[in-house]
Design a protein around this ligand. Sequence first.
Ligand code: NAP
Length: 323
Amino acid sequence: MRVVRAEQFGKPDVLVVEHAPDPEAGPGEVVVGVRVVPLLFLDTQLRRGWGDAWFTLELPYIPGSGVAGVVVSVGKGVDPAWVGRRVVTDTGAQGAYLQKAAVPVENLIPVPEGLGLQEAAALMYDGRSAMRLAELFPVRPDEWVLVLAAAGGLGSLLVQLAHAAGGRVIGAAGGKRKIDLVRELGADAVVDYTEPGWSGQVRSLTGGRGPELVFDGAGGRIGRAAFDMIMEGGMFSAHGAPGDRFAPIEPQEARSKGVMLSGVDEVTLSGAEARRLTAEALSEAVAGRIRPVIGHAFPLERAVDAHAELEAREILGRAVLLV
Ligand SMILES: NC(=O)c1ccc[n+]([C@@H]2O[C@H](COP(=O)([O-])OP(=O)(O)OC[C@H]3O[C@@H](n4cnc5c(N)ncnc54)[C@H](OP(=O)(O)O)[C@@H]3O)[C@@H](O)[C@H]2O)c1
């Protein structure tokens, strides 16, 4: 089978297409024929060598950690009725930019009728994280919710969920294409944080009081500016660090403003809880309550271009690889 490997840490062109032996399903496992791989912004950061405080990667490695596809074979002890079923699944340490993955059967999340594999792949991580954040920070009608990196994979779902819950949503993103998308997704107001004065706009939209709830997918200085304007007693999810730095906020500062602060650990999910939340996101999409935005689908062989576009912040919503 073909795989994409990072031979070293560095620019997108460290990714090379190679051949590897097809995996076999061991006892309790299935082999998934991969059709779609969700590309996370995080994949580009790990490829550059960032994130060793949280992730252990040994070179060479296959990037990614989840796929959507069809079960092609089962190992000993696994119900053969799985063969032919459409699933999404975590692939663990073997990576995900590959044509076939052997995974434990308990990792499989069936893709419901009526949902395409591209959509399911796009929702695999963003959907579970968005569902988790919606549980942690239930949006109350009419409260002001600021979503940063609102045109991204996760942000675009948070805009939709907060809007559906009756919140007054301010979507913040970089550039016209992105803020146009955020408006289409249901934001009541949009701001472009690549323009000066964006935080003043948020303050005036909220009548000077600041947002009650901030979903910070941007981190760094943008996240910090949002914390500085959040309403006393508000809630702040500091889960984003696409510029390599989470919003610099001391827990003590949050306590003194009465702000409930949570970090990326709250959306770092695994096991049964992660599968429950992904399955919920897939059902929400079938019911039409959330819509993943697939900004670009690249063939597996063009992983280098995909990473370059992601890093250049050119992608709307989620990008995927087609295998
Ligand atoms: N997806 C998940 O399930 C999940 C789970 C836990 C944590 N997170 C974290 O949450 C953040 C957003 O997640 P995502 O996966 O949905 O990514 P994404 O929003 O699809 O992509 C990242 C976006 O961040 C924005 N951004 C802001 N400041 C940036 C900077 N300094 N450098 C580069 N981009 C910057 C860019 O959008 P603009 O051009 O509009 O600024 C960029 O497109 C990431 O840090 C991610 O690791 C995501």
